[in-house]
Design a protein around this ligand. Sequence first.
Ligand code: AMP
Length: 117
Amino acid sequence: MTDADCIFCKIVAGDIPSTQVRETERVIAFRDLYPKAPTHVLVIPKDHYANVAELAAADPALAGEVLAVAAEVAAAEGVDGPGWRLFANTGADGGQDVFHVHFHVVGGKPLGPMVAA
Ligand code: AMP
């Protein structure tokens, strides 16, 4: 399941380069091109789902795999001790720019409050 216009589908296909840090049969993790913290990795299902709600409704097991890979990435990056943040921006108010569901794994420094006041 791919979307020809989706930048993350192109990363999955290898048509756009990325710095991959982990891969399973159905999930990949790669470094964010514009990192907001020392560790900033995106974890995505290879199949195209626009957002968390679509993924969870269509394939909850795959959603769980994505979360498991996110935790593996945090451990591999060494941020599981000091702490890290996992989030999936969703929709316009959520600040979602790329409409292929992705979880941000962010850490490596104190991250401050969860949202701007
Ligand atoms: P969001 O705003 O939650 O949709 O996050 C999209 C993220 O994708 C941003 O943090 C971007 O920096 C990141 N991004 C955009 N294009 C690329 C790319 N080609 N490779 C890696 N990360 C990217």
